[in-house]
Design a protein around this ligand. Structure first.
Ligand code: HEM
Ligand code: HEM
Length: 179
């Protein structure tokens, strides 16, 4: 069980559930966002939901950087005991989640840049548009964005299945992420 004084464990837990809730929100809201009418002089419904989607996505990139640093600190503190095959599989799946979140964010950012739309981070900081408008590359990165999102969903399903397995075994793993 996490002790309240253990600020590292609490921060890890808060970031974990923020990441999980934000990813769920991005998936559910993106399908609604794409069903809105295309931008025109009369319809600008897409502008705010797209900016929100991009802001949350880029923030997730910062969150996983902090989570990776926390993980690194934790590993330094632990003694280098041999890890079981199951722990190694869990490590692979967790690194896959980190890599796929990074892939979703970079492909989304590049797709957005090639589509000619700016990204204003939380309506405060104008991020550089790395590229000029280019339909072909916009479609390519949009496809990569979609594929990396589906792969991320698959890695998350495996992760949740593993969490349920540990829950049924009632071992010490699940309480790591619950207060
Ligand atoms: C969108 C959903 C989710 C995502 C993206 C996600 C992502 C992650 C990541 C990246 C880690 C590694 C954390 C680290 O480096 O310390 C992790 C660990 C963990 N997650 Fe999740 N998670 C999700 C949902 C869940 C759910 C629903 C549960 C429980 C029912 C859960 C239980 C755990 C547990 C117990 C760990 C610790 C595993 C260990 O230390 O080996 N996760 N999760
Ligand atoms: C973990 C982070 C992210 C997730 C899970 C995610 C998820 C999604 C999903 C599921 C779609 C709908 C795909 C479709 O059906 O075509 C979508 C569309 C989109 N996302 Fe993301 N997204 C993330 C991050 C980002 C970021 C950081 C940006 C840009 C800075 C971005 C920009 C876009 C854009 C412009 C679209 C519209 C369709 C396209 O051009 O690909 N996304 N996103």
């Amino acid at each position: 069980m996490v002790k309240p004084s253990n600020s590292h464990a609490i921060l890890q837990m808060v970031l974990h559930w923020t990441l999980a809730a934000a990813i769920l929100f991005l998936f559910v809201s993106s399908w609604w966002m794409l069903s809105l009418p295309l931008p025109s002089d009369d319809h600008t419904y897409r502008v705010v939901p797209f900016q929100l989607h991009k802001n949350i996505g880029i923030t997730l990139l910062l969150i996983i950087l902090v989570m990776i640093c926390l993980r690194w600190v934790r590993r330094l503190q632990q003694n280098a005991a041999a890890r079981s095959a199951l722990q190694t599989l869990a490590d692979i799946d967790q690194w896959l989640i980190y890599a796929l979140v990074a892939a979703c964010c970079s492909s989304g950012y590049l797709s957005s840049s090639y589509s000619g739309w700016n990204t204003e981070f939380w309506w405060l900081i104008q991020l550089p548009a790395w590229a000029r408008e280019n339909d072909g590359l916009n479609i390519l990165f949009s496809d990569l964005h979609q594929w990396s999102c589906w792969l991320l969903l698959l890695a998350i399903v495996l992760h949740i299945a593993a969490a349920i397995y540990h829950g049924l075994r009632d071992d010490a793993l699940l309480p790591k992420m619950f207060p």
